[in-house]
Design a protein around this ligand. Structure first.
Ligand code: ADP
Length: 269
């Protein structure tokens, strides 16, 4: 592991206007996919955007942005984020010598790394910092909320079935408990659109996103179907929202991003 302790007092998020924490109670629902494409969409709309990957055990952001081999550069002035697709990115994988090696850290070490991501990275002036948390309501999202107290909003990702709904409900309760306003819920993997006849097949049960939005009185931002090209582009390191700009799924995601921007504008204290 490369030493990330550069100790720069005063280098923090003071130039970052809005912080968006992407959460899900369940793994594999497309939370990182949403985080990457939310950031890419914001950057494409002309906002200065950063992406902080606080998934310490399974960082997938670098792969999804084509920078999995990158190494962070630290100096007296702090740590410089890696630039990709117009986004300033920090991930634990930029600090490990072998990206296939398991990071075996307990809570306090993870909290320490997140503290450094917040306080010692030269984020500069940003309109939005998107933060991708690992699934669940454990150490990482809690550390983020403790370190970033102001102007932080959550976006919740679920899939349509009851099994995901149960776990994602915990994420919504977490936001309530720690007083983080929820800008909305995205339902991902919501049906499969046949590339030949355009008929939608519901692979899972339906409706978790709408049900949770009604129950918690938070906005429903849209439903993104399973689209094979999305998985392919994630693996290739290209955000689908920019590469397939005119596709139905990219349009849904772009409109979700517009709703998030509007929500933050309207609810900013
Ligand atoms: P999580 O962060 O919730 O664990 P990921 O974002 O890593 O989930 O997504 C899991 C896998 O599913 C990835 O390979 C990703 O490319 C793929 N994926 C996510 N959303 C979609 C979608 N709408 N259509 C097709 N593949 C998707």
């Amino acid at each position: 592991m490369t030493d990330i302790n550069v100790n720069i007092p005063g280098s923090n998020l003071s130039g970052v206007k809005n912080r968006i924490l992407v959460l899900s109670g369940k793994g594999g629902v497309g939370k990182s996919t949403v985080a990457v494409n939310l950031a890419a969409s914001l950057a494409e709309k002309g906002f200065r955007t950063g992406l902080m990957d606080v998934d310490i055990h399974g960082p997938s952001i670098p792969t999804m942005l084509g920078i999995s081999g990158a190494a962070a550069v630290g100096s007296e002035e702090g740590i410089t984020p890696i630039e990709s697709h117009g986004i300033s990115v920090i991930s634990i994988s930029f600090f490990v010598e072998n990206i296939d090696e398991a990071v075996i850290w307990r809570g306090p070490m993870k909290a320490g790394a997140i503290k450094q991501f917040v306080n010692e990275v030269n984020w500069g002036d940003l309109d939005y910092l998107v933060i991708d948390a690992p699934p669940g309501t454990g150490d990482e999202p809690l550390s983020v909320v403790q370190e970033i107290r102001d102007n932080i909003y959550a976006v919740i990702v679920t899939t349509p079935q009851v099994v995901a709904e149960r776990d994602v409900r915990k994420s919504l309760n977490f936001c309530r408990k720690v007083n983080v306003p929820v800008a909305g819920i995205i339902e991902n993997m919501s049906g499969f659109v046949c590339p030949h006849c355009n008929e939608i097949t519901n692979v899972f049960n339906t409706g978790a996103g709408i049900r949770l939005s009604d129950e918690f009185h938070v906005p429903f931002l849209g439903a993104i179907p399973i689209e094979p090209a999305i998985g392919k582009m994630c693996d290739e390191g290209t955000p689908w929202i920019t590469a397939m700009h005119d596709s139905t799924t990219a349009k849904v995601m772009n409109s979700a991003v517009d709703s998030i921007v509007d929500y933050i504008k309207e609810n900013k204290k």
